[in-house]
Design a protein around this ligand. Structure first.
Ligand code: PLP
Length: 330
């Protein structure tokens, strides 16, 4: 039974987005990762990490698995750990949505909250402290382990397979960046299959380390409302060579696009809104026969309790946004 449930990870639909086609512009296809068992591609990541660490004898059932997360990775870890006979401890910055916490709790994960001011870097600090004090616990470190992007190659392989089945050669891949695992895993597979395809990374405007680096600007992390992006540093899983262009979006624009996606039947979250916003902008560059791939990250039901997009602990996010860099007319 437990094994049966794990088989549901991956093989998500990859579809042209109905209701978003712009005249004379490329078609945007979305990989529906929000349909994974806990509503995130992180289900792939923790299933993969646990399998790999077991294969190499580094962990055994009964141990405690620990990671820092804004909650998507946490829910996925709690599930994968529970199904494989491990305990899980998730370190989350305080103020994440109740829905994310509920997923973790429903899979018997323990939650420890870290200070909001330090956001994810604080959660990583607390996670390191936890494993130091609890030698039987293992820190999985999604932000740093290269198993993260390796696990996400499976998304890319599925995308390539679907495109090839339909005889499509895509022009571009658009995806937002947190740890960089999803971006790098998918971009790597797409680049192998369709060399020269344009690869566009997205950061949230209030915490955009790669954008700052490329534009020779000082990097500053500010509170934002696109949880999963903008951790406060360039993700340890980001292969910067795979990023041809990097753009920023404001949280509010992304939330607005997410609501349009939900109205059209895609029950996905705000970082998917960011992806589609930017993909639609690039679609105009390629003309009607073009195709662009993107990822629909997590599920909209994780945000019902804060549908206005205002996180109580991250109120800077409600300050006026910087001028939008990705204006899209749909
Ligand atoms: C909702 C959401 N979108 C995007 C991302 C970014 O994914 P990655 O960490 O693979 O870069 C995350 C990561 O946690 C996320 O939770």
């Amino acid at each position: 039974m437990k094994y049966e449930q794990q088989k549901q990870v991956g093989n998500t639909p990859f579809v042209p987005l109905r209701g978003f086609q712009q005249t004379g512009a490329a078609e945007v296809w979305g990989k529906c990762e929000y349909l994974n068992p806990t509503g995130t591609p992180k289900d792939r990541l923790y299933t993969y990490i646990i399998e790999k660490l077991e294969e190499s004898g580094q962990i055994q059932p009964g141990m405690t698995l620990v990671d820092a997360s804004t909650g998507n990775g946490g829910g996925a870890l709690a599930r994968a750990a529970n199904l494989k006979g491990y305990k899980s401890v998730i370190i989350m910055p305080e103020g994440m949505t109740q829905e994310r916490k509920n997923v973790i709790k429903s899979w018997h994960g323990q939650i420890i909250e870290s200070p909001a001011e330090e956001f994810l870097l604080g959660a990583e600090r607390v996670a390191l402290g936890f494993v130091e004090e609890n030698p039987e616990a293992r820190y999985l470190n999604q932000a740093g382990t290269q198993m993260n992007w390796q696990s996400m190659r499976s998304i890319g392989r599925e995308v390539v397979e679907e495109f090839k089945k339909s005889g499509i050669k895509p022009q571009a891949f658009v995806c937002s960046i947190g740890t960089g695992g999803t971006y790098t895993g998918v971009a790597t597979e797409l680049e192998n299959a369709f060399p020269g395809l344009l690869k566009i990374g997205i950061e949230v405007d209030k915490s955009a380390p790669l954008f700052s680096k490329r534009n020779a600007r000082p990097f500053e992390h500010r509170h934002h409302n696109l949880m999963g992006l903008g951790p406060g540093k360039i993700g340890g899983n980001l292969n910067e060579n795979m990023v041809d262009e990097v753009v920023t979006v404001s949280g509010d624009e992304a939330w607005q696009m997410m609501k349009k996606l939900v109205k059209k039947g895609y029950q996905t979250g705000p970082t998917s809104g960011a992806n589609v916003l930017v993909a639609l902008k690039y679609a105009r560059r390629f003309g009607a026969s073009g195709k662009i791939a993107t990822v629909l990250f997590d599920a909209s039901w994780k945000y019902i309790s804060i549908w206005d997009g205002r996180y109580q602990h991250y109120q800077d996010a409600s300050l006026p946004s910087e001028p939008p860099t990705a204006k899209v007319i749909v």
